[in-house]
Design a binder for this molecule. Structure first.
Ligand SMILES: *[C@@H]1O[C@H](CO)[C@@H](O)[C@H](O)[C@H]1NC(C)=O
Ligand SMILES: *[C@@H]1O[C@H](CO)[C@@H](O)[C@H](O)[C@H]1NC(C)=O
Length: 510
């Protein structure tokens, strides 16, 4: 080999390597410097917050709990969890200052407090609540990452997490929205004593998703094109696996994890296992703890349990995964088994209530109407689209059976509403409705499960055939279950246990 060639090869190999090392070095020192700067400013920032809140006293008397929830003003179930937790802190621990990291830069604290009151009936005090506004929330939106959405959003969330730490390093960091990748940032920037907790509503990636790609099934996250091509499928599978590992390594950096349901817990637990004992993982978390979110069943518990009409109601957005068609097929089978249910004294009606958000949903409703005709059940089926809550409540107070056919629904707040309202649920035998909600109460059933249209038809019939007294006691059990298991009191109890663990860690590590 000529000397020149050898030199060229050495250069070609060495230069990029050196460059990579330099970049890595610059990055690590950059993070370190940024962390140091944030840490040095912590006390001043805390003083400024106390001053703004009008709190007298030393910062050392206060515990600053950082709650990462970039969409804190969205008014959904996840937000109810956040605000119920803040309310609990305010009621039981006056030394805690709740710092909510939010990207809702267009809403003032007053706006948010008012909305929380109106939407959830939760009264927050403003004097121990500080909002730390984040400007880069667009980085975690779907549309910022048309390709590789999961990875892109996760990287975006790290930037957002960095922005949060720049605003304030808390004493305890809790993610309540599902941004586990921020844990790396918190670990890099906050002092190592800072405990990290998370309330997980759903895993960012689930083994179900992996299996769907592996089996090349088209689904809601797997387009038909990808399902058909084996090369694309393998590519996507590899991407999912790498992502799942990264996600699992992130989860493992937390100290305490809560999951909102059995389904979520089992996925989080199996993800945790896949990257345990890596150099990064916290030694503490081995499993997540189930803390059911508070469900608002307010007003539903007062409906009379007797004198219900022979109405089967479904309450679900007209989205594809709700499997409304199955309900129509089940209705056809039910009417074929019992022609006398078509009219007269034994008449049974199926009412599909739900919201339609856009043209696609509207088209779906139309095709369901056509299907009902085709199956010859249109006279027994009614669609109630985008009804106001008052009207929905009316149906919940009159109907006899609550019908839900979605497969693998993580939870199913509508099913809790059925129970609270006194309906007998007939639901798919999977995930939330099966594992968490329609479960025995004091050893006795609270409803029925099925897996396909004909089984659903049989279960609907069984529910309709129950004697009045068995019906009544089943309705009572269901209502008791809903109000005990999914109440705010129950949520607060679980949250508080996790909080104590985090707080104890903080004291121990200092
Ligand atoms: C858990 O969170 C997921 C995602 O937001 C939601 O679909 C599910 O209903 C939640 N579970 C409970 C118990 O509320
Ligand atoms: C049900 O469909 C049949 C056949 O298409 C039609 O004759 C009938 O008027 C429809 N009934 C209702 C209530 O729409």
């Amino acid at each position: 080999m000529s000397g020149q060639l050898r030199e060229a090869i050495i250069l070609a190999v060495l230069v990029p390597d050196l460059f990579a090392v330099l970049v890595l070095f610059a990055f690590v020192s950059g993070v370190y410097a940024a962390g140091l700067k944030c840490r040095l400013q912590t006390d001043d920032k805390r003083r400024a917050i106390l001053k703004e809140l009008g709190i007298l006293g030393a910062i050392t008397d206060k515990t600053f709990v950082g709650l990462f929830h970039p969409y804190c003003n969205a008014g959904g179930g996840g937000e109810r969890v956040l605000w119920a937790a803040v309310e609990h802190f305010q009621k039981t621990a006056p030394n805690i200052v709740s710092v909510v990291y939010t990207g809702d830069t267009d809403a003032s604290k007053e706006d948010i407090v008012d909305k929380v009151k109106a939407r959830f009936g939760i009264s927050l005090r403003s004097d121990t609540l500080h909002l730390a506004y984040l400007k880069s929330r667009h980085l975690v939106e779907d549309k910022a990452w048309p390709r590789f959405t999961l990875l892109g959003q996760s990287l975006g969330s790290m930037v957002l997490g960095y922005e949060a730490m720049k605003q304030l390093i808390p004493d305890v960091y809790i993610d309540t929205m599902g941004y586990a990748f921020t844990f790396h940032v918190v670990r890099a920037i906050a002092p190592s004593s800072t405990p990290i907790g998370a309330y997980v509503h759903y895993p960012t990636i689930s083994t179900d998703m992996l299996n769907r790609v592996r089996d090349r099934k088209a689904g809601h996250t797997n387009t038909g094109g990808v399902a058909r091509s084996s090369l694309l499928s393998s590519g996507k599978l590899l991407y999912y696996h790498i992502f799942a590992w990264l996600y699992s390594a992130s989860l493992n950096r937390a100290d305490v994890l809560m999951a909102n349901s059995t389904w979520t817990k089992s996925h989080v637990d199996s993800l945790l296992k896949s990257s345990q004992n890596t150099p990064f993982s916290s030694t503490l978390v081995k499993t997540a703890k189930i803390v059911y979110p508070p469900c608002d069943t307010h007003g539903l518990e007062n409906f009379l349990l007797e004198g219900r009409q022979r109405v089967i109601m479904s309450l679900a957005q007209f989205r594809p995964e709700k499997e409304h068609a199955t309900q129509l097929y089940a209705m056809r089978d039910l009417l074929e088994m019992n022609p006398e249910y078509r009219n007269g004294a034994n008449e049974v009606k199926l009412v599909l209530l739900g919201s339609s958000r856009n043209d696609e949903d509207a088209a779906r409703v139309e095709s369901l109407r056509q299907l009902a005709k085709k199956l010859g059940v249109n006279e027994s089926v009614e669609f109630v689209v985008n009804a106001p809550w008052k009207e929905v409540q009316g149906w919940l107070s009159r109907s006899s059976i609550g019908f839900s056919t979605m497969i693998d629904e993580h939870f199913g707040i509508n099913v809790v509403e059925f129970l609270a309202a006194g309906l007998i649920p007939v639901v798919h035998a999977s995930a939330g409705p099966f594992l968490d909600i329609v479960v025995p109460y004091q050893g006795q059933p609270t409803g029925f499960h099925a897996k396909d249209a004909s089984e659903f038809a049989r279960k609907l019939d069984e529910a309709l055939m129950l004697s009045p007294s068995s019906q009544l006691s089943m309705r009572k059990r269901g209502r008791a279950l809903a109000s005990e298991k999914f109440s705010t009191e129950q949520f607060v109890k679980g949250w508080d246990e996790s909080w104590r663990e985090l707080d104890a860690l903080r004291s121990r590590r200092r």
